[in-house]
Design a protein around this ligand. Structure first.
Ligand code: PLP
Length: 383
């Protein structure tokens, strides 16, 4: 029987019916009062999520386009930037910076380690940088880095702070103004559970000042064009936006704000605990430092002798559930369960049950129902 596959990977995440309906509705023409109102509402919702009074701009692109916009707008060739490298997405940020000719210095960690503010402070004391490029939720390892303390170290050294918050905004707390962040990027297809296709950037006054001086080439992502179009009586996007996805995002944000950010954080934390206790009950090891902070994705070491990619392939073939494989050096060693976005507790139980069945099939000794029982214990104790 052909049924849609169930996504239990960290993005894109499952889309609620309200969002599908909104994005399948007639297009709201992108120049005029209808779109203007929608853009205002969506922008306000995102500002609340970022906790900022600063500008938030929305681009039609994947999250990576938002990251590229930050590099293109804030820097000039040769500008020194510091990138703490502890996973796949931090490496992507460094690659974008190199592609634009920035002078990229790194603080190198083993994948799965948490970036330490003291290491960033020490690196900046040795060689000052114009900015530190950070990743809040390192989706490849599950680690949620402590942006507040790292940003403080960067500010103390006079560096700007640019954050990839693509897989964290909406799932874990973020405080753009309170933490003194200069640029933070996110996207539509992770915690907010809208379709892929939109990236957002929150931009501080200091980042705008840097933008005015920066000479990197830019056109499609030139923040100035967006700011001008947002300033019109009916705000609009300079180029034709993915209108349907904006409609979907509006519906997704309305759903999100029915319960609000605090409830969303609590839900992510609870679902994450249930997955982790379930996995531990099977005798498997979690991967990555500070797993109790990893509210968006759980990285799990495959048992000795079983390829992690085979676990993902078996779960998908047998039960139509998509888990995420390990990336880079973790390929074959780690698999990941995403729990950011529009999920409830039975989604977690279903995923754990599928993992139990797959491990059993692959020859790992499973006590049937152990993971499910441990997850239910977590839910019961939370009530
Ligand atoms: C998903 C993700 C991105 C963006 O990926 P796109 O495929 O370009 O949307 C960037 N950073 C992190 C940490 C992510 O999880």
């Amino acid at each position: 029987m052909d049924r849609p596959e169930i996504i239990l990977a960290p993005g894109p995440t499952p889309i609620p019916p309200e969002v599908y309906l909104a994005q399948g509705s007639p297009l709201v023409y992108h120049r005029g009062p209808g779109f203007g109102r929608m853009l205002r509402e969506v922008t306000d919702g995102l500002q609340r999520l970022y906790r900022t009074g600063s500008d938030v701009l929305i681009f039609t692109s994947s999250g990576t386009g938002g990251l590229e916009s930050a590099i293109a707008n804030c820097f000039s060739p040769g500008d020194p930037v510091l990138v703490p490298l502890a996973g796949y997405f931090a490496e992507r940020f460094a690659k974008i910076a190199r592609a634009y000719g920035l002078d990229v210095r790194t603080v190198d960690y083993e994948w799965g380690q948490a970036v330490k503010a003291a290491d960033v402070a020490a690196a900046l004391a040795k060689a000052p940088a114009k900015a530190v490029l950070l990743t809040q939720s390192e989706t490849s390892t599950g680690v949620v880095h402590d942006i507040e303390s790292i940003a403080q170290a960067a500010k103390d050294a006079g560096a700007m702070v640019v954050v990839d918050a693509v897989s964290s905004l909406g799932a874990v707390p973020f405080d753009f103004d309170g933490w003194g962040i200069d640029v933070a990027i996110s996207g539509s297809q992770k915690a907010l559970s809208a379709s892929p296709g939109l990236a957002f950037a929150a931009i501080s006054e200091a980042a705008w000042a840097a933008q005015a001086e920066a000479t990197n080439p830019r056109f499609y992502f030139d923040w100035t064009s967006y700011k001008q179009s947002y300033g019109l009586k009916d705000p609009e996007s300079p180029w034709t936006p993915a209108i349907s996805v904006v409609q979907g995002l509006q519906a997704a944000l309305r759903l999100y704000y029915q319960d609000g950010p605090e409830a969303a954080y609590a839900r992510h934390r609870l679902l994450s605990r249930a997955i982790k206790e379930g996995i531990r009950a099977l005798g498997l090891d979690l991967f990555g430092e500070d797993p109790e902070r990893a509210w968006t994705v759980t990285a799990i070491r495959a048992p000795e002798g079983i390829d992690a990619d085979r676990i993902c392939a078996t779960v998908r073939a047998d039960d139509g559930i998509i888990l995420a494989p390990g990336q880079g050096p973790l390929k074959g060693k780690v698999f990941r369960i995403g729990h950011l976005g529009y999920y409830d507790r039975l989604d977690m139980i279903r995923g754990l049950a599928a993992v139990e069945l797959a491990l059993d099939k692959l020859g790992y000794p499973v006590k049937r129902g152990a993971a499910v029982a441990a997850a239910e214990d977590v839910f019961a104790s939370a009530e």
